[in-house]
Design a protein around this ligand. Sequence first.
Ligand SMILES: [Zn+2]
Ligand SMILES: [Zn+2]
Length: 144
Amino acid sequence: MTAPYHGRCNCGAVTATFASEPLWVRQCWCRQCQRAAAGSATVNALFPIEGMTLAGEVAWKAYDAASGNTVEQGFCPSCGTPIFGRNSSRKDSLVVRLGFLDAGHGLKPSSVIWLDEAPAWAVIDPALEQFARQSPPPLSPGAS
Ligand SMILES: [Zn+2]
Ligand SMILES: [Zn+2]
């Protein structure tokens, strides 16, 4: 599938449409992501804010990421589904949790970051570009 992509949280209170292709899709094993993703990595797509439409209320919680940036996690206040990530150093794009997108979107990660913090049982696809911590510029900084 190609753009536009649609997404919804588990309860349907938040829905969104993304008009363009993501700038990247990657997996993140940082500790904050493991907490957000129930013990596994998050899978994240970076979409430009331009062309994005959003319906429903998103709750935001800020924390200091391992990268040193301030990262905010956006989630549905009703059902708790992780939806967005936002980085203090990046204003024109938004990280979207891949699970938020409707089935059949066809997007998949091309890289994996923060392997230093992955548990020993994590199975990493050797086809992915791999980074021990944050990926170097221009991919950096991550909001995941
Ligand atoms: Zn919801
Ligand atoms: Zn992360």
